[in-house]
Ligand binder design. Sequence first.
Ligand SMILES: NC(=O)c1ccc[n+]([C@@H]2O[C@H](COP(=O)([O-])OP(=O)(O)OC[C@H]3O[C@@H](n4cnc5c(N)ncnc54)[C@H](OP(=O)(O)O)[C@@H]3O)[C@@H](O)[C@H]2O)c1
Length: 353
Amino acid sequence: MSGTQKALYLTSRAGKWVVGEAPIPMPGPKDVLVKIISTALNPLDWKIVDSRFSSFIPSYPFISGTDGAGIVEDVGADVTTLTKGDKILFPGYFNNEQGTFQQYCLVPAAFTAKIPYNISFDEAASVPLGLATVVLALYNQDPKSDKTLRLTPPWAEGGTTQFAGKPAFIIGGSSSVGQYAIQIAKLANFSPIITTASPHNTAFLRSLGATHVVDRSLSDTAILAELPKLTGGKPLQFVFDAISLPDTQVLAYQATARGGTVVYVLPEVTPLKQEGDGKTVSRVAGSVHFPGNAQCGEEMYAHLTEWLEKGIIKPNRVEVLPNGLAGIPDGLAWLEAGKVSGTKLIARPQETP
Ligand SMILES: NC(=O)c1ccc[n+]([C@@H]2O[C@H](COP(=O)([O-])OP(=O)(O)OC[C@H]3O[C@@H](n4cnc5c(N)ncnc54)[C@H](OP(=O)(O)O)[C@@H]3O)[C@@H](O)[C@H]2O)c1
């Protein structure tokens, strides 16, 4: 397939989002070309406009987008696992052939999973980055990675028993990443699973596997006082801060027991470690494309269709934006303003006017 398509470009650093034309790329031997039906918006997509995350952008004009779901249009010569017409979900990456804010993109076949019958394209697009962020943080075994806890994954022996009865604390359970952290903690049989969120998300987060939802507007002192009551006095060895703003990093670190580990999803703001406190901080890099992440990413994608079909992993709740790619800038502004709660914003590139 050749020709042109519509794409959403970021014109320059701190520049504007503009819908324009892009060539439809040709798949390399291990790639597939996907017609993108749904793409999800992530906080990174507004942060890269003008922050330290701009360094992810190789050149301008740039096509962003790290979450996609669509239909295989063409496959590379070495691809044996997919054929034209398959429905897949997949991650995007930081270059103009692999970004998902366009109508067609490339993805390595190894980073795809078929969408089961019970999941829509919109829901499927909510999964790739958020889930990979959790899976890589916990289970990446690559010896070169210093951004993983190297826990036994749920697909390996012991992965669903080793942590049974151990408490987990997830800050920001209603965020996209937090929703997947709750579900992976449930899959690994952590218990209890305690999370913070706004009270209106309590029932929803319980449906995903949280056993206790603590009001995130309480003071750190009040939350820290509540935790031992909820764990029955068991030490919190596993804390996942799915928000990782300066104040939640402090809460997460203080909640972590001696010898425990806290995961941050953003760079550590002020190092909190004190000599001899025995706590470890791990900062995840959630793209399966990053060096050292590929094998774990492939394993996650190999299990993903089954997890979704069986309801082990439920996609985020979704809200579809109007006007296809042209609706994305407004959605990014809502994300930046903190106006999105417990929901993933989705755009449908084929509906671009
Ligand atoms: N390291 C990586 O590779 C990686 C990958 C993906 C994302 N991230 C980062 O992870 C963060 C979360 O991303 P996301 O897509 O999951 O975000 P999101 O879904 O847009 O987050 C929105 C949610 O955050 C919750 N929230 C905001 N402030 C909170 C606080 N102080 N305490 C508890 N909950 C709070 C809100 O909860 P309520 O509505 O319940 O109040 C809301 O539901 C972002 O900073 C993102 O850039 C990093």
